[in-house]
Design a protein around this ligand. Sequence first.
Ligand code: NDP
Length: 338
Amino acid sequence: MFGLIGHLTSLAHAQEVARELGYEEYAQKDLDFWCVAPPQIVADITVKSITGKTIVGKYVESCFLPEMLLLKKFKAATRKVLNAMAHAQKHGINITALGGFSSIIFENFNLMEMLHFRNIKLEVERFTTGNTHTAYIICRQVEEGAQKYGIDLAKATVTVCGATGDIGSAVCRWLSVRSPIQELILVARNQERLQALRDSLGRGKIMTIEEALPQSDIVVWVASMAKGMEISPAILKKPSLLIDGGYPKNLATTIQVPDVQVINGGMVEHALDVDWQIMKWVNRYAPSRQLFACFAESMLLEFEGWYTNFSWGRNQITLEKMDQIGALSRKHGFRPIV
Ligand code: NDP
């Protein structure tokens, strides 16, 4: 059995979903309520591969909300992740994806040091960040998106916002070796880490996002922002392609200007319907066959019986592992959304 640990994108989003599900009393509650709410298994999921194999899984809502980070409620945020992991393990789930901010909190707050939790020892082999599949899918979105929207990759300047992150650094490695792009621009806040990444890649220009946007043909957004940023469409190059892989989205507003295409980054479409209700709450842009690549990674591991933390730690995603998970993705009927 596979599992998905997810969360909603804001307090307003959580209140809206509670209301739509008929829990009016929860829809009225403020952040303090969500800080103490326990994790819940809110959906059973059945997925069929194009190979014919069928697997089942569960969706665990952690009740984490990004405002907990914005308002520095770090203890609540870490307990949400540990509680959700313990809940998944107690329910016998073999391999669970740590969706959205779950793996970021796990790393940033060093939860590896807290695996003995409430009479349970968390077994990290039962969890995967899902970031290898996400990075692979985003790279395919760059390549297929460029082709679809008439951008010549060989002449393109590609910016990665969140370049030093787990997903961002893997995308940079792929773009440096596999895709013949002309220029790579690296954006993040910590200059030391940017410099170290640049040194390891042997290429890339370090810039602020404001400097990068007017010269970028493609922008990959994979920064861990608890709240999306406002950008003025006027400064974007025309034409250009924006691939927003953030959850919550890196772009605060929907950009609708001629010659600027926006793709939901890190999203896949399955060849067959997935039997679940939860995706419409987690990602309202997508119909029933579309899902986050990190969630799909736990499904792929379950299809293959690979009960191991395939994606783990930070900045350790190799091109070989991206190839491996990419091959499974195609084998079982997933494809990038462009
Ligand atoms: P990491 O924490 O590993 O990396 C985050 C990166 O963003 C770092 O480079 C960080 O560098 C940078 N960053 C953070 N804030 C800013 C800012 N304000 N401006 C510029 N750069 C910033 O995160 P992950 O790689 O694990 O995840 C990245 C995003 O992808 C998240 O939004 C996450 O929720 C989403 N995600 C999507 C998935 C999917 O299936 N579609 C799966 C998993 C994650 P610095 O701190 O130096 O600025």
